[in-house]
Write a protein that binds this ligand. Structure first.
Ligand code: EPU
Length: 342
């Protein structure tokens, strides 16, 4: 890769190894930023606005080649900024791999992200969709982040409130979509763990592992086992985790569905609303395990679409369209994609 003004760059870059779906796509130009300065100097040089900002490529459905520039964020570093008797404030470069950071936290006995073990992707993209699993979302351990605002050509620090976190949502997927580059995230982790095992599957797995003394390492091990048993490993089968969000519908709508569809799964989601398990809906509609050539719906978790090797992004997109229209017809529910379609 050529180095231009300290920023690595490559023309005609193959992105197939840079997205966990393993989808084919060529970028006209790939620029790699390894520091905050790389990010600001990229924009200062009046480069065109990047067509795509890439982290770990784990929440992306690439359906085409990319004209223009892909800016890949590979900023490293894990630094303790401050400690109190209860908390440790850890600043992490956006390019660190999320799961490696989780393992680092566990090794240092910093609690709060053990339930988020093995989530693919990088630290810098984790806040964009407020990653969550097994009863925990990163907003619960988030302190602040640093981001470069493209329109204003400057860095700004965003607090918890400014990020406007919601279920798989943040300001970076809405108002600031394609306008901000996250360069680091600071977490407020706990020195005294507050174990969160309320997700049934964790309790069961801890029992199966014969765990007597609960620890963050034990919870992480349980989560890793559960994920490995249900979710395909992107290194072996291309995927981007949950393809759709779990839809939130009105309680009255849910009650109507309950009468018609025995066993439908939903959880209270605030006053008068229910969050429905999209995996259940998709399975009930007959898609679970469905394979069309070299892509399909995972056979152990219907919320995950997979590329068995050689599929094209628009084929997977078409399958997702078919799923959305079927779910609309059968349940009158509008599924929303969680992945970013490019
Ligand atoms: N279910 C089915 N069939 C399926 C899949 C699920 O009936 O094919 C039912 C299950 O039996 C269960 C319910 O749906 O009763 C929920 O399933 P699960 O616990 O697997 O969780 P999920 O709601 O499908 C969400 C997250 C996952 C996260 C898990 C565990 C979303 C969109 N997905 O999935 O996140 O790992 O909870 O906390 O919220 C991701 O975002 O990439 C991801 C994997």
């Amino acid at each position: 890769m050529d180095v231009i003004c300290g920023v690595k760059e490559l023309l005609h870059a193959d992105l197939s190894g840079l997205n966990t779906f393993g989808l084919p796509s060529m970028a006209e130009r790939l620029v790699v930023a390894e520091s905050k300065t790389d990010v600001s100097s990229y924009f200062e040089k009046e480069q065109p606005v990047p067509s795509l900002i890439l982290g770990g490529g784990s929440n992306l459905l690439l359906t085409r080649n990319i004209q223009g520039t892909v800016l890949k964020i590979e900023i490293p570093g894990i630094e303790v900024l401050n400690e109190t008797s209860e908390h440790v404030y850890v600043k992490v470069g956006a390019g660190e791999v999320w799961h490696q950071f989780v393992l680092h936290a566990i090794a240092n006995n910093w609690a709060g992200i053990e339930n988020l073990s093995l989530i693919p992707g990088n630290v810098g993209t984790a806040p964009m969709q407020n990653i969550g699993a097994y009863g925990v979302e990163i907003k619960s351990v988030f302190h602040e982040l640093e981001t470069f605002l493209m329109d204003e050509s400057r860095f700004e620090t965003f607090s918890l409130n400014q990020c406007e976190f919601g279920y798989r949502e943040s300001i970076f997927k809405r108002k600031l979509k394609n306008k901000a580059v996250i360069t680091s995230v600071t977490f407020k982790l706990n020195k005294n763990p507050l174990f969160n095992t309320k997700y049934g599957a964790i309790e069961q797995e801890l029992v199966r592992l014969g765990i007597q003394d609960l620890s963050i390492k034990a919870i992480s091990d349980a989560v890793i086992n559960i994920r490995q048993s249900k979710l395909p490993d992107p290194k072996k089968i291309g995927n981007s985790g949950s393809f759709f969000k779990n839809p939130v519908i009105e309680q009255t709508h849910f009650e109507r569905l309950q009468k018609e569809f025995d066993g439908i799964v939903g959880y209270p989601a605030g006053e008068g609303s229910m969050k429905v398990a999209a995996g259940w809906l998709i399975e009930r509609a007959g898609f679970k395990g469905k394979r069309i050539g070299n892509y399909g719906v995972h056979d152990r978790q219907a919320l995950v679409l997979v590329n068995y090797g050689g599929a094209k992004g628009n084929e997977i997109f078409e399958l997702s369209e078919e799923i959305i229209s079927t779910i609309k017809k059968q349940f009158d529910i509008e599924l929303e994609r969680e992945v970013n379609v490019i």
